[in-house]
Design a binder for this molecule. Structure first.
Ligand code: ZN
Length: 236
């Protein structure tokens, strides 16, 4: 009887979490065009609940519940799998979504980047989606290093490369100082296990995206404009 009550209780908790989260972020909806994923309603297409328990000697019974749901976004009809896990002993609930929710929308100009840089940036976004701040800042630092070597050559440490970038006119002094801060965040993650806060990680990604866009998208736009703009007629 006691086991039955525990199981029903665990099932109720999982259902409560699941039902209260039927409106959530959709990684695929373009509505609003914001940096983060858009919030939409979801329909439950299928669900399966699996309960478990174990009798631990000198401790007693422990209970857990796994609930798997196929959810369809009411906006774009994309389907994701949501896994809700409840462990009754600690009264903790963990919710995971597959594929993981996109924490930051990828810029449209990503395909303009050189392939190795694009791949490294892609991995930084995956780390961000997976809530791995240290790996995200390390990835961002690696992308910046690639950009620096491509723009100014391997002229020494990060500080020298950044100074050379400023002298080449790609960034101003203010942006160079901001970049140094971003690189420090990646370095602290790599060497001291620093876990940056979500706001700091997003600031690093803002700086990185602005610089990449300026170098690889705006430069090509300016080139195209120059090629397609008719030259001014010479006055006689
Ligand atoms: Zn959607």
């Amino acid at each position: 009887m006691q086991r039955y009550v525990h199981r029903r209780l665990a099932e109720c908790v999982v259902l409560h979490y699941a039902n209260s989260a039927m409106s959530g972020r959709c990684s695929f909806c373009e509505v609003g065009g914001t940096q983060s994923a858009t919030k939409t309603n979801h329909h439950r297409l299928f669900s399966k609940t699996i309960e478990g328990s174990e009798d631990i000697p000198d401790y007693g019974d422990i209970y857990w519940t796994n609930m798997y749901e196929l959810l369809e976004c009411a906006g774009c009809e994309s389907v994701t799998l949501r896994h809700t896990y409840y462990f009754q002993d600690t009264d903790e609930t963990t919710i995971r979504t597959y594929p993981p929710r996109i924490a930051r929308r990828r810029p449209r100009w990503m395909n303009k980047l050189p392939k190795p840089m694009r791949e490294m940036l892609r991995q930084a976004y995956v780390a961000l989606d997976s809530n791995c701040p240290a790996l995200t800042t390390m990835g961002a630092r690696a992308v910046l290093d690639m950009l620096l070597v491509e723009q100014v050559g391997d002229v020494g440490g990060f500080g020298k490369k950044l100074k050379a970038l400023e002298e080449s006119g790609v960034v101003g002094q203010k942006n160079r100082l901001i970049l140094e801060t971003a690189l420090d965040a990646g370095s602290a993650a790599a060497h001291r296990g620093h876990q940056a806060a979500a706001d700091d990680v997003n600031a690093v990604m803002d700086i990185l995206e602005n610089l990449l866009q300026a170098v690889y998208q705006l430069d090509s736009l300016a080139d195209r404009l120059r090629r397609t703009t008719p030259p001014r007629e010479e006055s006689v």
